[in-house]
Design a protein around this ligand. Sequence first.
Ligand SMILES: [Cu+2]
Length: 673
Amino acid sequence: MKNSKYLLSLLLLGAGIVNSNAQTESQIFPIVTVPIPKEIALEVGGMTFLPNDELAVATRRGEVWIITNPYMKDGEQPKYRLFAHGMHEILGLNYIKGDIYLTQRAELTRLRDLDGDGEADEYRTMYSWPLSGNYHEYAYGPMLDKDGNMVVTLNLGWIGFGESMSKWHGWMLKFTPDFTMKPFATGFRSPAAFALNNNGDVFYAENQGDWVGSGSITHVEEGDFLGNPAGLIWADQPGSPVKLRKKDIPDTGEPKYDVAKRVPGLKTPSVWIPHSIMGNSTSGILNYSDNGNMGPFKGQLFVGDQAQSKISRVFLEKVKGVYQGMVFPFREGFSSGILRMNWGSDGSMLVGMTSRGWSSTGKEEYGLQRLTWSGIMPFEVQTVKAQPDGFELEFTMPVDEKTARNAGSYKLSTFTYKYHHIYGSPVINQSPRNIKAIVISPDHKRVRLVLDSLKEGYIHEIRTEGLRSKGDNTPLLHNYGYYTLNKIPDGEKVVATAENKPTGSMQTSNAAQGMDHHHMGNMTATNSKITGSTAAGKHITKQPISWKNGPDKTILLGTKPGLKFDITNLTLKAGTKVKLTFANTDDMLHNFVLTTPGAGNVVGEMVMKMGLDGEKYDFVPNSAKVLAHTTLLQPGKSDTIYFTVPKTPGIYPFICSYPGHYTVMKGQIKVIK
Ligand SMILES: [Cu+2]
């Protein structure tokens, strides 16, 4: 009897049925939507609380709204009041020393309500910078640093690659209290957010792009060069603390960490945020200070993602003077693309969103939501600290000894990205790590994993799917994360003994895949058995020999700004032989994937689960729902494919399956008789 029960539970697990003890994000961290009046397009670019607990929100449309009672206390609706308007794409807003400051495209602005009627009547330019007119020259900030300076960052323009087309774009600038400007650091590409941690150190969030293999957060210090060389054209200007010049930056495709070893001044990320798994476009950063009430993670950072409408959690530690740490999933399912987060006076997190022009998995065009904590203790990996021979995981609750002792509960691998002028990077040099010993603390709250080796400079994927809590056997709310190991600490190593020898053996195959909907990465380096859909003949780049008279139809498909194909509706006869060229003229990576009727979203969702493997397969899942596809195209590149229109009439969706794009970047082929 006992055995059959055990077997049944195994079968249920295998079928992907969730453990009844399993916690959910929505149970522990409920999201409350703050209603927005229909006539207000609250495309959030900046947010700040005012001393009277009103929330000021700046929009990309150039308005500043003041919201009373965003908490909906006493069941009352929030009230919205227009405070200022007519400005140019505000992407940062902050209440500093008694005034409201914001960044427009071209300037740092101070707003004052001089006559006290609740509306700004003085818009003062505190500092302005040149613009070329390129659409990608965003400006963000200001934030007050620990010395009382205001910090602003300026985006690179985009002309098929990132370019600093006007002075100080690609830079972080500081402004003294009398608004004297001091260039502080460069190498930024799209620095949408920055914040101070508890020590007052500045961290900024970067987005994948040219010279940026994946999103990240990085500790910024004066004179740093963060990686994109475009801003270096201003490095010889008066006041620049940056010593590097464009010619000093090699374009070899080696890992950034390796290049930084011989190019002093090149700064590598404190924590990489693996692209398509942890997010696509790193946005807001919020320090979990005493103002927040979001579970047992004080001192850590929350990092928003615009495209995937979710928030990650980052634990940082300093080893040999350098920041490094772990990024964990935290909360997904927000209504639009996250750009800004602030702590409310009740410790909840106000989350401001927009998706216009930058698609997101949250379907709304904009939104304002409040993330709250129910008070239920999540079973999570609280921190991961590097050890001389591995990692020490600390948990929010005691772990079950048997599962913690079993090597099969874990999966570890290492990988990194290329540093080059090309947009993004595949995952490179991926290899598994093995566990030699496991030491469990007497209180069962810490588990030290001793590995066969560590790889300095690499991202260490740490999966803990088999772990359960002590007593009630609860699985972890999130069972994976990524530790960026910039430095291996010194100290005593654990000697392997019979006592700390792991039971079981590590997962080295994909047998467990599909058992857990959170299981997205695949770490086995030897995994070559997944047949890419290329093998299935869905990416045909030569005209089939049987097409004696050539294609019946030649289609040129392009892109439009804002994640769009330039053609979204095609009508074709069943059986038409098509030659299709897809040319990516946009500033992001795109592909073309034709699916079976009704399967556009399904295929898009499959891609989100491909994890680390996604890019290897051009984000095309190996599925019968995919009929034809191009490769994943760099900006400025094109691909020509040949396919035959299906015989069955119907509506056949086509999408860009790059993670997160499918919700807006889509079209359809109407197949007729
Ligand atoms: Cu796309």
